[in-house]
Write a protein that binds this ligand. Sequence first.
Ligand SMILES: O=C(O)CCC(=O)C(=O)O
Length: 278
Amino acid sequence: MRASLLQIAVNEDETVGARRERVASLVREQAGSDLVVLPELWPTGAFAYDLFEEYAETLDGPTVTAMAAAAAEASVWLHAGSVVERAPDGTLYNTSVVLGPDGGLRSSYRKIHRFGFDKGEAAMMGGGEEIVTVRLPGTGAGTGTDGTVAGLATCYDLRFPEQFRQLTDAGAELLVIPAGWPARRREHWTLLARARAVENQAYVLACCSAGTHGGVEQAGHSRIIDPWGEVIAEAGEDEQILTADLDLSRVAKTRADFPVLRDRVLGLPDPRPGARDA
Ligand SMILES: O=C(O)CCC(=O)C(=O)O
């Protein structure tokens, strides 16, 4: 599978509409890749809270429509990062969408762990309630059969390993993580993305924004990490396109050769009473 991560610069001197057109044209240029990935909330910026209401959209709104057309034109699977979704009851969600090579909506995922400690996204948005995997027919080790299973998570979710373990249990071989991670915690971004690859023995596609918006400089440093934890491609701090060829057969091979997932002890006992005081 050839994967391309588009580390988009999200700056305030570009309008949402202009960025949408620019990103659509970048997606169209990725013909030849199997899977293209965009960052979290790239239309507005993950920290541009004042734009969330104005640019909230349904999943047939302007961003998803433009991305669907671009995916179909390039004939690629497109993880279109996330958008501010307005649900029928008016609730806003940070929702990732996956579009097929024909432009059809194949899956969506509402970010479960909202960032902001009761402010920002955590105050403005509802939290997702579903663990989401999506099968990408025509890609990976299963090419020609049933394709790769991707597990979806977004930005702050990266800090919650239990979500990724559930994705692995649901069959994920590839973990796709769009983000708008702040530069001031870049070390956490790179460390945790690698940890999720090692502990789940899965490929990780971690796609962050670049630029600065809402007063928050973005971390960049998008990464493609293999199931052994090796970083096979890494971006710098500016807008960049990162492309790598993934050998999805390495997921099953790594899990068979070094079978830590098999060695899990499920249902660990409760802590021994009083152990803390011993
Ligand atoms: O966990 C972090 O440090 C950053 C998370 C974040 O920026 C987000 O989820 O939007």
